[in-house]
Write a new protein. Sequence first.
Length: 236
Amino acid sequence: MNAQALKWCVEVANAKPKRSLGMAPEVAYVMEKPYLTSLSIVLPAVYEVFERVVDLYGFVSVDTNRYSTPERLVSKTVTVYKHYASIEIHYKRTLVASHPRLLGVRDARSTLPGHHTIPKRTPRQPSLQAQLLCGQSPVLDAYVTALIKHLNGRGTRALNRLLQIKRTYPAQPFLAALEQALKYGLFDLTRLESMVLRHVAGDFFALGESSHDNLPNEPDDKDDEQTKNDSDPDPA
């Protein structure tokens, strides 16, 4: 059967002129033979080619499974080569990702190292107010730390108020009030300022009965008048 087909091709099909060629195929072969190149000995891999658009999460879908791509290709059109054991993703004829093909599973994900990294937030530096308050007294440092922890944030407004109180009043009553407030867990700065004022009043304006005793005796008006009369000369 094969011999008969080969004989028909040589004697009939190739010898008969074709309208599309304008000549017989065997004549065209003789003319094109010097320009033909031989095929490779190694057979190329078998694959399927797809055009895919990278979704907002940075994946392309092939056979219900998803394969990651670099984040810069989001919403870009890429070319996907599906081999038997691998998935290759090309962008503008450049290989950008190569995944092992997911076999026997559905709705699975393959993410390569370096794709879709989670950004890490750098630790926050202390605010300017905290820097101005800390480093001067252990009590003040402990209160600033506890105040920030109590506010669950940077506490910029509260630290501004605390800094204003510190700059307004003397250091000794301010620290005494802070120590008392820290002992009882008091973070209401209005009440803290009232405590500072009580300490200031006690330290700088303590004028009791004992203070009046220490004052010099005021001269009596009658004694002044008598002294004046004694000093006047007798009338002539």
